[in-house]
Design a protein around this ligand. Structure first.
Ligand code: C2O
Ligand code: CU
Length: 475
């Protein structure tokens, strides 16, 4: 075996490799325009750069990330998934509000797609925005090996920009020969921060630079498909404006401290006006984890003269999606408590005698619980965490009683974030995945308008695997 290389080496090695960022056209299946085919299979892909061997990955249609699926709001999406892996899988279209049977959750909404079997996902797309797709079975390994792809749903009347780019941000744990390291579901990862890698990629490559023209306006769609890494991106010399979060429009605003925070599964659409002079150069840096900041990519201005003198005055606010507005006054309240993990002081205490104790539970790989219950990965324990009356507004108070970050994701709905630690949340954004820092208390609200059993889980995939998962029933 080879020694582990630091991610700095990989970044340095990758800087030489240019990367194409422009999203390509939708890859419709030849001869069958109605159904787009996604084939999940082992493949090889050059992630780190030409100086390194190709990496054996699991991929959709042979590439990481999988193909960009680009549709328009109101379109019907039909995707046939052909499983050519040697293990079962499913596909979940993350953030899309759809009928329960299409949600891609094994044992809850469908049977797993066996090796050499297929499944047709078929639903309409009610909301415009930036979404993504990924397996929902053995996700901590299947996603880590490369199964994830972007889904862009265009507005009927899009805002005017010069370029619309997608950055799929991923994080890989590679060894010195650029092979994916094993050790999936390691107890340390499961009970701490999750599987944090050593090689960060944009659109499947260690990034070099983004070439821009002075004066141009870019809509950049950021998607975090990493198992566990949280990003805090600072665009030096620029002032990104956030126009959508998790696909849903938000009143355009400057990113706080100029930094865009993106937890696993979250998306942010930002407007970048390239206001700097021709020939200049800036850095996009990620500094989420204290003392472990690094340069992600450079922004390189071409020599050509500016295409305009000042940022365009055309609006950047996106049209709202048809989400039901919750009624706060009549909302039903529910409490959801996240517990467990290393250093919580409670694994050996309150839960110590029960099945979820660090020692007892850890032996079965269950380190976390929601309202005292841990759901194993095979999802056999499916009594709902909550039953929500259909058509009503519900406020969930999420309390993170752990020492760790948790991006909590609800399927089938978008929710507004009302408050955080007692303070009203600015812009009350619509999200499908909300990041809770240690000890955070966050109130979310939504109309339970979509009937079915919906997953509610942490999107740090090692936490999900280790029990931080539940179902919410809307009936
Ligand atoms: Cu993106 Cu339940 O997942
Ligand atoms: Cu978590």
């Amino acid at each position: 075996m080879t020694e582990k290389v630091s991610r700095r080496d990989f970044l340095a090695a990758g800087l030489a490799a240019g990367t194409a960022f422009l999203a390509g056209p939708p890859a419709e299946a030849a001869g069958d325009p109605a159904a787009f085919v996604l084939k999940a299979a082992p493949s090889k892909f050059n992630i780190v750069g030409k100086e390194y061997p190709e990496t054996a990955v699991w991929a959709y249609n042979g590439a990481v990330p999988g193909p960009l699926i680009r549709k328009r709001q109101g379109d019907r999406l039909r995707v046939r998934v052909d499983n050519r892996l040697d293990q079962p899988t499913t596909v979940h279209f993350h953030g899309v509000r759809m009928p329960n049977a299409m949600d891609g959750v094994p044992f809850v909404t469908q049977k797993p797609i066996g090796s050499n079997a297929s499944f047709l996902y078929d639903f309409t797309l009610p909301d415009a925005g930036t979404y993504w797709y990924h397996p929902h079975l053995n996700s901590s390994e299947q996603v880590a090996r490369g199964l994830a792809g972007p889904l862009v749903i265009e507005e009927r009347n899009p805002i005017k920009v010069d370029r619309d780019l997608v950055w799929v941000l991923d994080d890989w744990l590679l060894d010195a020969s650029a092979a994916i390291a094993g050790g999936f579901g390691h107890p340390h990862d499961m009970s701490h921060n999750g599987r944090i890698g050593n090689t960060v990629t944009i659109n499947g490559r260690v990034p070099g630079e983004l070439s821009v023209r002075s004066g141009e306006r870019i809509r950049l769609r950021l998607i975090n498909v990493a198992n566990a890494r949280i990003f805090a991106l600072r665009f030096d010399g620029h002032a990104p404006k956030i126009i959508a979060l998790d696909g849903q429009p938000v009143s355009p605003h400057a990113a706080a401290d100029g930094t865009v925070i993106l937890a696993p599964a979250q998306r942010a659409d930002i407007i970048l006006d390239m206001t700097r002079p021709p020939g200049s150069r800036f850095t996009v840096a990620d500094s989420y984890y204290r003392g472990r900041g690094y340069r992600l990519i450079d922004i390189a201005y071409g020599a050509g003269k500016p295409i305009r003198g000042a940022p365009p005055e055309t609006p950047i606010a996106l049209p709202a999606n048809p989400l039901p507005e919750p009624k706060l006054a009549e909302a039903v309240r529910h409490e959801v408590v996240l517990e467990g993990g290393a250093m919580s002081g409670m694994m050996g205490g309150r839960m110590g005698g029960g099945p979820m104790g660090m020692h007892a539970g850890g032996g079965r790989g269950l380190f976390w619980a929601i309202n005292g219950a841990a759901m194993p990965e095979d999802m056999r324990r499916i009594e709902p965490l909550l039953t929500l009356q259909h058509g009503r507004s519900h406020i969930l108070t999420l309390r993170n009683e752990t020492a760790w970050d948790h991006p909590m994701h609800l399927h089938g709905h978008s929710f507004r974030v009302l408050s955080r630690n007692g303070k009203p949340e600015r812009h009350t954004p619509w999200l499908d995945t909300v990041l809770l820092h240690p000890r955070d208390r966050v109130d979310i609200v939504f109309v339970a308008d979509n009937a079915g059993d919906w997953m509610f889980h942490c999107h740090i995939l090692e936490h999900q695997k280790a029990g931080m998962m539940a179902t919410v029933r809307v009936a």
